[in-house]
Design a protein around this ligand. Structure first.
Ligand SMILES: Cc1cc2nc3c(=O)[nH]c(=O)nc-3n(C[C@H](O)[C@H](O)[C@H](O)COP(=O)(O)O)c2cc1C
Length: 300
């Protein structure tokens, strides 16, 4: 069974990797990180960040809300401590980067371009302080502007992580491609809210948060399907994956690889099970190369 897929400048041994922010070094105690297609880090920011006020997560029907606010130690400590840790594993390391302005993004990309890092995932779903806090990936002009600056700042492959919170999905995808992105990650969380009727207050300290988990899967599968028709670069599907069949659905819609997020909290070994289930499906259906399934459900 040939599970390899080509994604944005990299050849992955299989299509399954973690989604940014749902995976960390501690996962090495639970699963063999060498078995994953790639390792994707929590978004790293230029400086240390405390994150948003609590509560930062709330469970919802078939999903969860989060508003963590990209808490982290900043790029200097990340390059010093985190990159060497992941360098011990053979799976390529993809560093997710997140910044407040286009120039900060470019400086961050440059600082993250160090030995051991195989690609950068540019989290353009985060708020753009030069555009009133709207996220870059809501708007094709902002998307192109920030990615062109990042492209000029690094030689590493760039994966642009899009947001579902836009009415201009295909235009944003095309703007990312035109700016030199090597792949698109579709997508980040859907802006959402939940209220506790007893306290009459929002369940998330930051009021609104991002919805993830099985509840969003059909929406993101639709987005992958649409994006795959709009661009030539590979797509990484991300949203609500909990099984091999979920991952296969994304491949059939047009994704070349997938990321697993929320389900890692439910079952930390899930990514390994998903890889095994995809292999079993391929064997059952006489598929010798998993890559042959990419886009098979696209209607001409
Ligand atoms: C607790 C939590 C933290 C997250 N942090 C990040 C982050 O730092 N950067 C990012 O690009 N996405 C982040 N995400 C979004 C996920 O990477 C993913 O896009 C989203 O959760 C949808 O996938 P899922 O339904 O499989 O969880 C986070 C999601 C969760 C649940």
């Amino acid at each position: 069974m040939d599970m390899r897929v080509a994604v944005g400048g990299l050849m992955l041994q299989n299509p399954v990797m973690p989604a940014s922010g749902t995976f960390g070094e501690e996962m090495a105690q639970v699963i063999d990180l060498n078995a994953l297609g790639a390792l994707v880090t929590k978004s790293v920011t230029p400086l240390p960040r405390m994150g948003n006020r609590s509560p930062r997560v709330a469970e919802t029907m078939a999903g969860m809300l989060n508003s963590v606010g990209i808490q982290g130690k900043g790029i200097t400590a990340f390059v010093r401590d985190t990159v060497p840790f992941y360098r011990e594993f053979q799976s390529p390391l993809v560093v997710s980067v997140s910044a407040d302005t286009a120039d900060e993004f470019a400086d961050l990309a440059s600082s993250a371009t160090v030995p051991g890092v195989a690609a950068l995932e540019v989290n353009i779903s985060c708020p753009n302080l030069e555009d009133d806090g709207r996220s870059y990936a809501m708007d094709p002009v902002q998307t192109r502007r920030v990615l062109e600056k990042v492209r000029a700042a690094t030689r590493l492959p760039l994966w642009a992580k899009l947001t579902p919170n836009t009415g201009a999905l295909t235009e944003v995808a095309q703007a990312a491609e035109a700016a030199g992105a090597d792949a698109l990650v579709v997508a980040n969380t859907i802006l959402a809210m939940a209220i506790d009727v007893e306290t009459r207050k929002p369940k998330i300290g930051n009021v609104m948060g991002g919805l993830s988990g099985p509840a969003i899967k059909p929406i993101i599968v639709r987005m992958v399907y649409q994006t795959a028709r709009a661009v030539r670069i590979p797509i990484i599907g991300c949203g609500g994956i909990a099984s091999g069949n979920d991952a296969l659905e994304y491949l059939l819609a047009g994704a070349s690889a997938v990321q697993v997020g929320t389900y890692n909290f439910v079952q930390p070994t899930a990514m390994l099970t998903i890889i095994a289930e995809m292999e079993a499906y391929a064997t059952r259906h006489g598929v010798t190369r998993i890559a042959d399934l990419i886009g098979a459900a696209q209607q001409m």
